[in-house]
Design a protein around this ligand. Sequence first.
Ligand SMILES: [Fe+2]
Ligand SMILES: [Fe+2]
Length: 168
Amino acid sequence: MTGLNITREQMIQLLNEDLAGEYQAIIAYTVYSQVLKGAAYTDIARELEAHAGEELAHAIKIAKQIDYLGGMPCVTPKPVKTSNDPVEMLRADLENERKTVGRYRERIRQAEAMGEFALSETLRAIILQEQDHEIDLSAALDINVPPAIKPAEHNGRSHLKGNHASRR
Ligand SMILES: [Fe+2]
Ligand SMILES: [Fe+2]
């Protein structure tokens, strides 16, 4: 079972997990962009501030799609790591972006399998920016862009606990 063919309910649940990740990204970029100190980090701090705004736009788009599918958008972010070390902050951001790209790659395939092409288009526009975020962070860390992190295989049941019930 690839987890490609999912129900509308499962899509709502997965998009809510994506939305919680977008909230996490908004918070992390808001805070990190302001606390990154030192001449070496001036440029990346400005980029992180721009990322925060883009993550907010992603959150709104995902919430809109959840509403369209008849679900209720969640209100709780995934936990945000805190650190005083600039490199650790940038690594935490990059790690999250790699997970996000992995999740959206999967979500695009699932949306296509459902025939939800507008959702797929929305996700494609988002993943383009997430990959740009990876490039910015990798450049600041002076490393090559690492591969996306694939979400754990799911069988369509185990992690879908239905706490984001459909409104229909
Ligand atoms: Fe995002
Ligand atoms: Fe991002």
